[in-house]
Design a protein. Structure first.
Length: 407
């Protein structure tokens, strides 16, 4: 039996609210004001129940759904003029780094990661916090960051969250900002490692990366844990790669994307892994796994893949906003970034209109969740400050995904 392209139970009907720029600005203001009021030096920001992890010794501290991500977002929004000047709490980043390292060094994390245990990660470890410290001008330990990136070059996870693709983005951003050759060299080292591990699967006729992650060996396809995120990191710095090498990589990436596309009357989707245990199960439609993330990660690829991207965008629209909330990783705002990317690629205003329609729904989800719990979700990838960053992109008809496109 063929897999259903999406599970309606994971989605909601789109709220029929017309795009309102003033409402988007007001939502950003509320989110920023609330984040500023909720911070305490000891507790940082309270953990949302949906972000709670077993055996956590204290508040989350990393970039993904912890305090560093909130600092990153507040700093970004102030720099952009989306938020009034005010506290970003960047001065607490040295303490945040220490707390996050303490968490990662617990037995629970060592057990979860198995032989792949490390603390270097872009979204969960040292690299993201050290980069945010440099960006905000607080204790810019660039030598430590360079060593962290170098140490991650051959990490066997081979994905954005933990592995070289994430830390390559930090190196690339620093090269763009400073022009220093060491950052370009670190990026190229990661790219060489990724190219070498992009192995041919003769049975499938494609090239794939294998992730060694959380004690398992698996082949993920999505934007956070697998193929699409790796391809994104390579595409972002393609000007630093040998042109002939990039042409080969680009063609292989396009071929892999095409090979795993699952077509149906609603559009096109992609499995989370190359060998799903339940091939008849409905597919996910999220940034982390499924059609939206494939579009967001690969819309910048200079290859004739428009039919694949448009089909994935259509499926994202037809399936509707995600019931999990308004967030970036597995929520409505993250899915809507696919529409912004398609608008940037095609200049077709239909996609901008769809992104803004999802934006109004994400605002409603954010407010309803805050009312239900009496407080907001203080996280970049899974919470309200990520929604605020997305709303700012909608206001300006841009498509810069936090900590991927804009660092």
């Amino acid at each position: 039996m063929a897999a259903a392209l999406f599970d309606p139970a994971r989605h909601q009907p789109l709220a029929a609210s017309p795009w309102d720029p003033a409402a988007a600005r007001a939502a950003i203001d509320r989110i920023v004001a609330d984040a500023r009021l909720a911070f305490t030096p000891d507790g940082l920001w309270p953990i949302h129940p949906d972000d709670a992890e077993d055996d956590e010794p204290g508040p989350h501290a990393q970039l993904y759904f912890g305090a560093a991500g909130v600092v990153w977002a507040l700093d970004h929004l102030v720099r952009e003029g989306a938020a009034d000047p005010g506290p970003t709490f960047a001065e607490h980043l040295p303490d945040i780094l220490a707390r996050n390292r303490q968490t990662l060094e617990t037995e629970a994390w060592r057990t979860l990661m198995g032989e792949g245990w490390q603390t270097r990660s872009w979204l969960l470890g040292d690299a993201g916090i050290l980069f945010t410290s440099w960006k905000t001008g607080v204790e810019p330990r660039l030598d430590d960051l360079a060593a962290t990136i170098a140490g991650n070059t051959d990490d066997p996870s081979r994905e954005l969250m933990w592995g070289a693709p994430g830390t390559m983005l930090a190196a690339l951003a620093l090269h763009r900002a400073t022009g220093e050759a060491r950052w370009a060299a670190l990026y190229r080292a990661g790219a060489r490692a990724l190219a070498a591990s992009f192995e041919a699967d003769d049975d499938l006729g494609v090239h794939l990366w294998t992730q060694n992650l959380y004690g398992q060996e698996v082949r993920y396809l999505g934007a956070v844990h697998g193929f699409a995120g790796n391809a994104f990191a390579l595409n972002e710095g393609r000007d630093l790669l040998d042109p002939d090498e990039w042409r080969v990589l680009s063609a292989r990436i396009a071929r892999t994307l095409e090979a795993f596309a699952i077509r149906g009357p609603e559009g096109m989707n992609f499995p989370a892994v190359t060998n799903p245990k339940r091939p008849d199960a409905p597919l996910l439609v999220q940034h982390c796994h499924g059609a939206p993330g494939m579009v967001t990660a690969l819309a910048g690829l200079d290859a004739p893949i428009d039919d694949l991207l448009l089909g994935a965008g259509e499926l994202t629209w037809v399936s509707g906003p995600l019931a999990k909330g308004g967030n970036l990783c597995h929520g409505t705002a993250g899915n809507a970034f696919a529409f912004l990317k398609l608008f940037a690629r095609t200049a077709d205003a239909l996609w901008l209109d769809r992104a803004r329609a999802f934006a109004m729904h994400a605002i409603a989800q954010s407010e309803a969740d805050a009312a239900r719990l009496g407080r907001r979700r203080y996280a970049l990838w899974t919470g309200d400050v990520g929604v605020a960053c997305f709303l700012w992109e909608c206001l300006h008809a841009r498509a810069r995904f936090p900590t991927m496109d804009v660092l």
